[in-house]
Design a protein around this ligand. Sequence first.
Ligand SMILES: [Zn+2]
Length: 312
Amino acid sequence: MAILSPSSSVSKEPLSFPLSIQGSNSKYLSLREQTIFGAKGKLGAFEQTQLKLYNDSNYSGLKMKASRDPSWLISEIKSDKLESPATKSDTDLFDEMKQRFLSFKKHKYIENLEHFQNLAKGQAPKFMVIACADSRVCPSNILGFQPGEAFMVRNVANMVPSYESGPSETNAALEFAVNSLKVENILVIGHSCCGGIRALMSMHDDVETSSFIGSWVVVGMNARLRTKAAASNLNFDRQCRHCEKESVNCSLGNLLTYPWIEEKVRNGELSIHGGYYDFIDCTFEKWTLDYKASNLKEESRKVAIKNKTFWC
Ligand SMILES: [Zn+2]
């Protein structure tokens, strides 16, 4: 059990963020960096980010990676990006999609016909998964969820708004999964190089944003504030990395603002988990919210975690 700290290696610095951005619902925010999801135009910056990370010997969380050469992974990502749909016609793309569907039908559906026919009658997934919309981080691919195993919602930066924030597609999905499907686990998955988190960390507080992205990612404002407080001595790229995990934990705290979730967690009927997928090294961290040890009375909702594991 430990009070959450996405990276215990960062030093604690005095708060350095402007007071004017502390309100989590501030509308007076703008984006310095509008490009998200590793868009093609940002590929150079993306690669530079990785090089900076691996070159810093003071960052203990990355020491293991420093001994490994990620260049082949980076070049693989780069070549994937550059060969994407621009070089193929729509017909080619949908022909490939058709072949993938027919392959699924032949090798998955037909061979497991009874299972799929049962799914046609209803679903009883054990997991509710909240993940980023980023095309590189599909949980079904990474964690092998099969049809019927996970009720899923994906949004920009895998965020869970608080109960007080009002309706959204994310809490609508949560309501159905928890109250109707009665899932036993909620898993929030963050990831490396998250464009939504970069947008959150890039915000200015002096210009009103008309961006839907900006209006959405302020959901994670507490994660930004905690990152600025704990990791202001790090460069911007590493602050983003810190925030990617901090944001997951803020979402775990926000989950407990829903009375029908908090009650089930308190009664042991529902468990809440965080995850972090690093697609540069292909590693996965997983942890569980420790309800009894969490401090939920303060507005900041500092949660405690337990059973942290690292899959590599
Ligand atoms: Zn993301």
